[in-house]
Design a protein around this ligand. Sequence first.
Ligand code: HPA
Length: 273
Amino acid sequence: MGSILEQLNEAVEFIKKQYSATPEIGIILGSGLGNLASELKVELELPYDEIPHFPISTVAGHSGKLIFGELAGRKVVAMSGRLHFYEGYRAHEVAFPIRAMKVLGIHTLLISNAAGGVNPSFRVGDLMIITDHISLATVNPLVGKNEESLGPRFPDMSEPYRKELIRLARTVIAKLGYEVREGVYFGVTGPTFETRAEYKMIHVLGGDAVGMSTVQEVIVAVHAGLHVFAISVITDLGIREADNIITHEEVLQAAMEAEPKLTGIFKELVKAI
Ligand code: HPA
């Protein structure tokens, strides 16, 4: 298998043989939010299963490829299809593509996801800028031997979501005429949606939204020194008086409806960074 450094080098060498430009910004497209890819001037697509050491995505709604190209005149690399812990990947495997994008040259990572709302003022379809997260209910991807050349043993997490990018996003979103919420994303492993008691607990603990992705990606990105911005689409509400059955289909539907807004925001943000 080789060390993590050897694996990263092999993956990046393979990519660089086919793509000589340096991407500046990485983008992770969440559930049902993959259409941003259609806004890209695509230069190269690489399915994960062709890239050495890349884990392979299996969930419906996740296509699983790296897309290289231009968005708003900037070189970007997008992960179309993200990797989730609940699929059976180890936490550090979820981290691999982010580390590879960093070695390829990105300085900034933009993330989207679908999340359940636990803040009672939220509505389905709302967008939420993630200002902070709680990751204690997931496995930390940095557990294990630390590779100092990738990042420090004990990374500071006081500003995982860069204030500067949040400010920029607020401006961009206001210009587009959209409303946006801000709040704390609570990471869980899934794949079960939460029980009613769990949604309530997450709110009591300080979460505004809950989801099965993102926190591990952000931890690895911060460890690697990347600047991170993330935004959630609220696809369902965890705390309701009525019977509350949540389905994957409803989550995908709400994410797809919010997609044009999110695409616009990411495009303008990339331009402004
Ligand atoms: N819980 C966890 N993950 C989610 C949810 C939810 O309600 N909605 C979308 N992803």
